[in-house]
Design a protein around this ligand. Structure first.
Ligand SMILES: Nc1ccn([C@@H]2O[C@H](COP(=O)(O)OP(=O)(O)OP(=O)(O)O)[C@@H](O)[C@H]2O)c(=O)n1
Ligand SMILES: C[C@](O)(CO)[C@H](O)COP(=O)(O)O
Length: 243
């Protein structure tokens, strides 16, 4: 049986957490590396469990660590843990297959975005509840962006006003995400990409700086400082990052 959080919630969250974390450098799988003394996955799941709409959480863990992740998360929140796949898309598909009947909104959320505030989780879910088939949190691109060739010669300057940096959680009507994964081909880097290929419109909502993806060592250092500075996930952390 799948563990439940809020029985009145209408949201299932899939947490791909099976990545190695190659860009973070040598060590344990990234979701199990420590941030302020606790694994990234614990930080991420704690924030998901604090979102009132969340009914079910399914974590896709590194294959060798499924039992360890179950033990790790047992005191944090009721979650289901399944073995992840060879790439992110396969891990999401494995978690999706384990969602019980009930929740009609499904969010996909990287364990690596460990400081994502509950308010962002709720705002993505609310946008799906309000009628969108697919919703992604985004931030504006702040750097000038150049297109280059294979020898790093600049081909041109891209109009950044039409660009967005995409975060998770990404939210979907359940049937839309299921159809997108059923029809998936080569792995893409996010779930909205699969949905776009089905011709389904994807809506943007404002993201949060705190939903940064901990990818490289600098990101981990930044996350440590953010936690130390204000405890993160305050009510204002979404509003502070609006366009
Ligand atoms: N086979 C995989 C690969 C990635 N992920 C998850 O997808 C999320 C986003 O991926 P990323 O941050 O790029 O993680 P890694 O793939 O671990 O990073 P790297 O490319 O540096 O190894 C992470 O929570 C990661 O654990 C996963 O569940 N299964
Ligand atoms: C899903 C994602 O976090 C949105 O920004 C991102 O696409 C994951 O990509 P990665 O290459 O696996 O880090």
């Amino acid at each position: 049986m799948t563990a439940q959080l809020n029985p009145r919630g209408d949201v299932a969250v899939l947490v791909p957490a099976a990545g190695a974390g190659v860009r973070l450098g040598p060590g344990r799988p990234k979701a199990l590396r420590l941030l302020a003394g606790e694994p990234l996955l614990v930080h991420a799941v704690r924030r998901l469990a604090a979102a009132p709409s969340v009914h079910t959480i399914v974590v896709a863990a590194p294959v060798a660590d499924v039992e360890a992740v179950r033990d790790l998360l047992a005191p944090v929140a009721p979650v289901s843990v399944v073995p992840g796949g060879a790439h992110r898309q396969a891990s999401v598909a494995a978690a999706l297959a384990a969602v019980p009947a009930g929740p009609e909104i499904v969010l996909v959320h990287d364990a690596a975005r460990a400081l994502t505030p509950a308010e962002l989780i709720e705002s993505v879910a609310a946008a799906v509840r309000a009628g969108a088939d697919a919703v992604i949190p985004v931030l504006p691109v702040v750097d000038t962006v150049k297109e280059v060739d294979s020898e790093e010669r600049v081909l041109g300057t891209v109009d950044r006003s039409a660009l967005r940096a995409v975060q998770t959680p990404q939210g979907f009507r359940r049937a839309v995400l299921a159809a997108a994964h059923a029809g998936a081909g080569d792995p893409l880097t996010d779930d909205a990409g699969l949905v776009e290929k089905q011709g389904v419109p994807v809506r943007c909502v404002p993201g949060s700086e705190y939903a940064l993806k901990i990818t490289r060592p600098f990101d981990l250092t930044l996350a440590e400082h953010l936690l130390a500075a204000d405890g993160v996930a305050s009510d204002s952390s979404v509003a502070r990052t609006l366009f």
